[in-house]
Design a protein around this ligand. Structure first.
Ligand code: ATP
Length: 209
């Protein structure tokens, strides 16, 4: 099996995520893509209203429902703490060491790879897929070559560029604007029902995940 791990904060999961998961899967002939909602890294803007790990997991679960090639995984949510990708990958690979593992990311994330924990070891464990994202030209990855032994394990994939971000969705929610068609409908229902991202919503502050 060829398996993709798609890590992210998914706060919330949106159609930009679904499109790259689908297109990377087809392009690299993956059998399966696992969405792994994780911690909110410190570099992410702290001021906006955030959803809890359980709410973010519920949204990812709803987003992948009905697609047998996609699944949601609780490994980081259950850990109850922020995890480095190299650690998450180690745990997931133990489940099926004979599989071929890929790590799906947007090119914006990959361009920061040198600040990740043990990037060269991570690249020994997985092929890193850099999906194109509006505003992040693949040439922005060139600087990584000098800093990484395993630079050739980064594989760029040209995907349909969709300028949707979770930040933009949270901002629209705060402004009372529509987010219909930016997220899967089942995700929008959870956001409305649980009143996530509203001005007076319960915040996930202080939570590590
Ligand atoms: P935020 O706006 O809160 O920073 P985000 O929209 O970037 O969030 P994440 O959950 O951080 O969403 O993203 C998970 C992964 O998906 C990252 O690797 C990111 O680069 C990628 N990604 C997110 N949105 C897009 C998009 N529209 N096109 C391509 N890749 C994307």
């Amino acid at each position: 099996m060829r398996v993709g791990i798609f890590g992210g904060t998914f706060d919330p999961v949106h159609l930009g995520h679904m499109i790259i998961a689908e297109q990377v899967m087809v392009e690299l002939r993956l059998d399966h893509v696992m969405f792994v909602p994780g911690g909110i890294p410190p570099h992410k803007e702290a001021s906006s209203v955030r959803a809890t790990a359980e709410d973010r997991y519920a949204m990812v679960e709803a987003a992948v429902m009905g697609n047998e090639s996609f699944s949601a995984d609780r490994v980081e949510v259950d850990a109850g703490r922020a995890m480095h990708s190299v650690e998450t990958v180690g745990i997931l690979k133990e489940r099926a060491p004979e599989d071929e593992w890929f790590f799906v990311t947007g090119a914006d994330e990959v361009s920061n790879l040198l600040s990740w924990k043990e990037p060269d070891r991570l690249l020994e464990e997985v092929v890193m897929v850099a999906a194109t994202r509006p505003g992040y030209d693949l040439s922005k990855l060139d600087h990584l070559e000098a800093g990484l032994r395993n630079f050739d394990r980064i594989f760029p994939v040209e995907c349909t560029r969709v300028d949707i971000s979770a930040t933009g969705i949270r901002r629209r929610m705060l402004q009372g604007k529509s987010i219909r068609y930016l997220v899967p409908e089942a995700v929008r229902e959870i956001i409305i029902e649980r009143r996530l991202y509203e001005r007076d919503a319960k915040r996930a502050e202080g939570e590590q995940l």
